[in-house]
Write a protein that binds this ligand. Sequence first.
Ligand code: SF4
Length: 329
Amino acid sequence: MVIYFIFAFHIKKQCAYEESLTNIILKNLLLNPKNTKNMNIDVEIDKNSGYCFGVEYAIQMAEDALLEKKSLFCLGDIVHNDMEVKRLNALGLKIITRDDLQNIHNASVLIRAHGEPPETYQLALKNNIELIDASCPVVLKLQNRVKNSYDNLQENNGQMVIYGKEGHAEVIGLVGQTNQNAIIVGGEHELDKIDFSRPITLFSQTTKSTAGFYKLKDKISEKITEKNGNLADFDANDSICRQVSNREPQLQLFAQSHDVVLFVSGKKSSNGKALFETCLKNNAKSYFIENESEIDENWFSDNIKVGICGATSTPMWLMENVKNFVNKL
Ligand code: SF4
């Protein structure tokens, strides 16, 4: 009992959101006396999880700019993690939408790692907005490849296909390189958007699953053959970021080597969903949580190994909080 109260006292000082954690612990303590049994649990954070360099760079740029500016706009959530967005909000970062941008003048706006379409840069110029561009270099390179390929496709009536999620910020930026003409395909169920008798160039959103991309590539090849199209006119480019695809085999091993896996990620994160699938395939006792308040004590038993991992948008401090919570069980 004493340990729990001391723990609750210390974490209350960390930041505002942790106040709710204190309440959870105290509530658990009062309602669930078995909390006091002190399970012997070995907890490990996956050393390969946490921010990719693109997200790390964007957050660093935001923090540096906030030191000078006190207030800064960011076009969309800087990272698909509500906890980290709240932390940066408290430092003065204000999240705005594309619609909001129309009415903002003479201000500073941060472009997050996902990148933006050309129209955003044009609007910034028109509204005298200073852009702090934290677009990930991997995304910028992909935008450039999509633009060049799209321009070449015009010569032979070809189609640009993007394997990605409709409405996702990175996909909006990629489609913007094609005058909004790229066809967005989220999976096999959307293949009827493509004309298989015409040339096709395929790229992927950087955070999609590698398995999903190659499945789609095979399906498109099958359809081209069925429709008597020419496979030589199909150019498939695996543009999944290696920060994501390299994590899949590492996560497989990590998930297999623990009894229970806690996957920490924002629910809006694309690579969070893809990487969690990898955990689940390799360990049925894998749980997707946004933070420690979603942990159910019944997932654990005595003498087990618990692995904590996350998406490329999961801050290390959040995984540390989850670890501290489990250590107190
Ligand atoms: S996942 Fe890759 S492409 Fe996306 S922000 Fe991170 S480093 Fe850049």
